[in-house]
Design a protein around this ligand. Structure first.
Ligand code: AHG
Ligand code: MN
Ligand code: MN
Length: 336
């Protein structure tokens, strides 16, 4: 059987878009190359001395690990040269990442989480890179303002992730369904392995960090309990799966069906909050899940409709199979 590479697939999709100029395709191709380089480093992480903490703390007060920094700088250095971007934003950096004067700029804005699930690196557990691409009103002359870049997830023109697991995969959407590609390390190409991914309408799996149970409000506790109740209207008992790498938990549930939840908790009673970031984690996965027939909400609102006020805004997240997410939403709506 002839295998379709991701580049062929991108070009094929580009031809179907009457207005397409090929710039998004070029942007995605450069991102794919960045991911191949990250994948190579992730795969040899145990062999060379790249493991361990640098001792620095990132903008969200978490420990930065060396592979995060590596992934972050590979993406920045490759993508700033494409001539397609007016700015970037990374989970690892507080403010906007400007494109240096010496490089041409254009209207696309790239937001990414360079290495999601990085606390799992040392244990050889799957990690990933999440990306989100927006078009902006950049006029080639002017400077870009943050306010022009903060857009709802529904404005994304492409989104997806790379997962560095038992194999390396790319899953992406440009708004015409979701396709998955597996990296063949022998030829160095991503080959179409999961065309037109559809998430089952109802799953068997729920994924949440239940250690925070006592820090959740009663509605959240009810929403999570439903998946442990064999007599609920969902009609069955679910199994719990939680890796602690959003990309890996999401990817498994996308293929098998299920729901991933990261609700608000009250570990700091004065500052109840969710952990995951709207722009670099939740919105891109929300676009993927919706394109695959699933749903993503913050409990009440569609994730893709949330207007970000800041780059690193956090949100609660309930994402996955349609019926499972609707059930959670119903509980939150009834309770309010
Ligand atoms: P990151 O490694 O990019 O900082 O993200 C970690 C996130 C996410 O991948 C995962 O779902 C979540 O943190 C796990 O958090 P808990 O340890 O609180 O469950
Ligand atoms: Mn992350
Ligand atoms: Mn990260």
């Amino acid at each position: 059987m002839r295998q379709i590479t991701v580049t062929e697939h991108l070009l094929l999709h580009q031809k179907q878009e009457p207005m397409a100029t090929g710039r998004l395709t070029r942007l995605l191709n450069e991102l794919i190359l960045s991911a191949k380089i990250i994948s190579r480093e992730v795969n040899k992480a145990g062999l060379v001395n790249v493991l361990g903490n640098t001792g620095e703390i990132n903008t969200q007060g978490e420990e930065v690990q060396r592979l995060d920094e590596f992934a972050n700088s590979v993406i920045i250095h490759r993508m700033q040269r494409t001539g397609m971007l007016c700015a970037m934003a990374s989970e690892e950096q507080d403010g906007l990442i400007d494109i240096p004067e010496r490089f041409p700029k254009d209207e696309y804005f790239l937001v990414f989480d360079p290495l999601d699930g990085s606390s799992n690196i040392d244990a050889n557990v799957s990690i990933g890179t999440i990306f989100s691409i927006y078009k902006t009103k950049y006029d080639l002359q002017g400077q870009v303002e943050l306010s022009q870049l903060l857009q709802k997830g529904s404005e994304q023109v492409a989104a997806g992730y790379f997962i560095y697991g038992s194999s390396t995969m790319m899953v992406y959407t440009t708004g015409r369904g979701v396709d998955g590609f597996t990296l063949d390390p022998g030829v160095g190409e991503f080959l179409l392995s999961n065309p037109n991914i559809q998430i089952p309408e109802q799953g068997n799996l729920y994924s949440v960090n239940e250690a925070y149970w006592h820090y959740w409000d009663s509605l959240t506790q009810r929403a999570v309990s439903i998946f442990k109740d064999p007599n609920s209207d969902l009609g069955k008992l679910y199994s719990l799966r939680y890796i602690g790498s959003l990309v890996a938990d999401f990817h498994r549930n996308l293929l098998y069906g299920g729901i991933f939840m990261y609700p608000i908790d009250y570990r700091d009673p004065k500052k109840p909050k969710g952990k995951l970031r709207l722009m670099c984690e939740c919105a891109p996965l929300a676009m993927v899940v919706e394109q695959a027939g699933g749903l993503a909400t913050d409990g009440k609102n569609r994730i893709l409709d949330l207007e970000p006020n800041e780059l690193h805004q956090r949100t609660p997240l309930f994402i996955g199979s349609k019926n499972d997410v609707l059930k959670v939403q119903e509980i939150f709506e009834q309770g309010s």
